[in-house]
Design a protein around this ligand. Structure first.
Ligand SMILES: Cc1cc2nc3c(=O)[nH]c(=O)nc-3n(C[C@H](O)[C@H](O)[C@H](O)COP(=O)(O)OP(=O)(O)OC[C@H]3O[C@@H](n4cnc5c(N)ncnc54)[C@H](O)[C@@H]3O)c2cc1C
Ligand SMILES: Cc1cc2nc3c(=O)[nH]c(=O)nc-3n(C[C@H](O)[C@H](O)[C@H](O)COP(=O)(O)O)c2cc1C
Length: 542
């Protein structure tokens, strides 16, 4: 419930908000955009959406409302694009009134399969309050493992949030009715324009913005695929690949670090999309992404930082639709509910429009789950079904989500070696579902003559859980070698444990097995100390 000061200081635009996200795999950014759309539908005059690390905390008091959307990563850690902001809040010289003019709401993203559930959001809320900030709305803690997952908790929260915002910042009488569920009045902030229609001065200015918004990632590099071998027998249900990647210069990484790989969409999917939307004639025309002149809201000083595509400047600022659809925009993601609202803007077929808007209606959440989430229907498939929808090419960057890199754990020190389970599964839909990144990797040709490098297994105790009648899991193997494992952990101060794999029961079972191997009452404290010293690392995913 709202309990903060009734009004913002007079210099603050009364209906202004900044939405700040901290994300590792993109969910928090999606939800931040959804909150922004909710506030724009409430006719907020100024809404900025930015990664936490791109702003200083001094900026927050310049908005009537700050909404944080923050995932937890690692073992209760802040995501990499939120750590600088978090560290800045920990400065000793800050006091109990530093943030007294800040009113905030907070959405935390986490998974209860981790010991430190929603730790980052909880730590942030505590620190903000210590510094005098006013929490003006109940915290939303999303749990990926809960029934209905992150989405359901968020949808319920945003419904209540919307009502409270309206109560606290009522609309001026002349503002007219709100566009309740849909996205009718929405204007994209950024649009694509043909490069030859932009004069060079303006284009330089826009390019400057994009470069400023997206400094090329300092830790990104090129790698060459040296091998790409299937390690599971063809008769086995799952295709698991062993990939070796080399780099021109050595990189100082440790086994257990992970590598983020940017996938590409399949050329056939790109062609399908171009055909479906009648975009073939413009597919290879040079384009630039510019602030939309029709976006009539006041632009804040940080507007230029809010480009929807995090990596656009790492290629070129001049791009093409084909390039965007191949490398930057996700067509295979499961569409969020707000996506259906966007589509409804671009069809004249009333039956299609009504159905699309139904999916955005919180009263029909189950319809949405049954249609999109449970069968894992992709954006492209939705567009193929609602074939009356014709997206204007200039708006595509505001409608399709960004294609995100996927992480893979590195297993050796001399050359990047990755073990990758190719994601392929069935749902009620006829077509087999495939993971966007692993599908891309699976078909990548090897780029050098070192094609047949083998995986040497000496010194490793491999466990194949389902290769025999009785299942043997890694925790069983640890128990089998309990004496050796226990003595290495106790006697070698450099010994490390790195747990990688699914985030369900496995990490807990492994920890219990390690505790048993230590054969001492304070085994858990011992493992916790290893963790503090960075010698117990867990990289698990769901
Ligand atoms: C730090 C870290 C380290 C990682 N290390 C590795 C590693 O070493 N090796 C590795 O293989 N992966 C690893 N992963 C996972 C990896 O990043 C990818 O998420 C995974 O490989 C899938 O990527 P994708 O793009 O192919 O699939 P996506 O297109 O992202 O699809 C994956 C999604 O499909 C859905 N899905 C998958 N299977 C099913 C099913 N049977 N039924 C219903 N839905 C399903 C799930 O919702 C899942 O989130 C790691 C992840 C992290 C965060
Ligand atoms: C490597 C990794 C570590 C995670 N660690 C935690 C954790 O310690 N606590 C928690 O509550 N959730 C944890 N999670 C779950 C994420 O917070 C959750 O998946 C969230 O929805 C991710 O949001 P994002 O896509 O914005 O990064 C972890 C997820 C991953 C992949």
């Amino acid at each position: 419930m709202m309990n903060g000061p009734a009004s913002a200081p007079s210099c603050v635009p009364p209906r202004s908000a900044i939405i700040l996200y901290g994300t590792e795999t993109g969910t928090a950014q999606d939800l931040a955009s959804e909150i922004a759309r909710c506030l724009e539908r409430q006719r907020f005059a100024l809404v900025d959406v930015l990664p936490l690390d791109s702003v200083s905390f001094n900026l927050l008091s310049k908005y009537a409302l700050t909404v944080f959307v923050l995932a937890t990563t690692g073992q209760g850690e802040f995501p990499s694009n939120a750590r600088k902001f978090w560290t800045s809040l920990l400065r000793k010289k800050l006091g109990p009134t530093t943030l007294q003019d800040v009113r905030f709401a907070l959405v935390g993203l986490g998974s209860s399969s981790y010991l430190r559930f929603n730790w980052a959001a909880r730590k942030l809320a505590k620190r903000l309050k210590m510094l005098g900030a006013n929490q003006v709305f109940e915290v939303c803690e999303c749990d990926e493992l809960a029934d209905g997952s992150t989405e359901r908790a968020f949808e319920e929260w945003i419904g209540r949030f919307g009502h409270e915002v309206l109560r606290r910042w009522p609309l001026a009488e002349q503002a007219g009715d709100l566009d309740a569920g849909g996205h009718g009045g929405e204007t994209s902030r950024w649009i694509l324009k043909r490069a030859d229609e932009i004069d060079s001065l303006a284009s330089r200015e826009f390019n400057g913005h994009l470069q400023h918004a997206n400094p090329s990632r300092p830790d990104s590099f090129e790698a060459k695929l040296e091998s790409n071998d299937r390690v599971t027998p063809p008769s086995h249900w799952q295709d698991v690949r062993f990939l070796r990647l080399s780099t021109p210069a050595p990189i100082d990484y440790q086994p257990g670090d992970s590598l983020a790989i940017h996938p590409e969409n399949m050329a056939t999917d790109v062609d399908d999309m171009l055909l479906l939307m009648d975009w073939h004639s413009i597919a290879d025309t040079p384009l630039v992404l510019i602030p939309n002149p029709a976006y009539r809201k006041p632009r804040s000083p940080v507007f230029h930082l809010s480009s929807p595509l995090p990596d656009i400047s790492t290629t070129t600022t001049t791009t093409t639709l084909r390039q965007l659809l191949t490398s930057h925009l996700d067509m295979t993601a499961i569409p969020r509910r707000s996506f259906f609202g966007h589509l409804a803007r671009f069809t004249t077929n009333t039956m299609h429009r009504d159905r699309l808007l139904e999916f955005t209606n919180p009263d029909y959440l189950d319809e949405y789950y049954d249609y999109a989430t449970r069968p894992r229907r992709s954006i492209l498939e939705v567009l193929q079904e609602f074939d009356s929808v014709k997206l204007p090419w200039c708006e595509v960057c505001s409608v399709l989500p960004a294609l995100r890199p996927r992480q893979f754990s590195i297993s050796t020190e001399t050359i990047f070696e990755l073990l990758i389970a190719i994601v392929k599964y069935r749902t009620v839909l006829r077509k087999v579902r495939e993971g966007v990144c692993t599908r891309y990797l699976a078909q990548l040709p090897v780029g050098s003559i070192l094609r047949n490098v083998e995986w040497k297994r000496e010194g490793r105790f491999a466990t194949f859980s389902r290769d025999q009648q009785t299942k043997i899991y890694v925790q069983d193997r640890l128990r089998e070698y309990a004496e050796e494992v226990g003595s290495v952990l106790l006697q070698d101060p450099t010994a490390m444990v790195i747990v990688c794999g699914a985030s369900g029961q496995m990490p807990k079972a492994v920890r219990l097995a390690l505790g048993d191997a230590l054969r001492r009452a304070e085994a858990e404290q011992f493992l916790a100390r290893m963790e503090r010293e960075g010698r117990y690392k867990q990289e698990t995913w769901s």
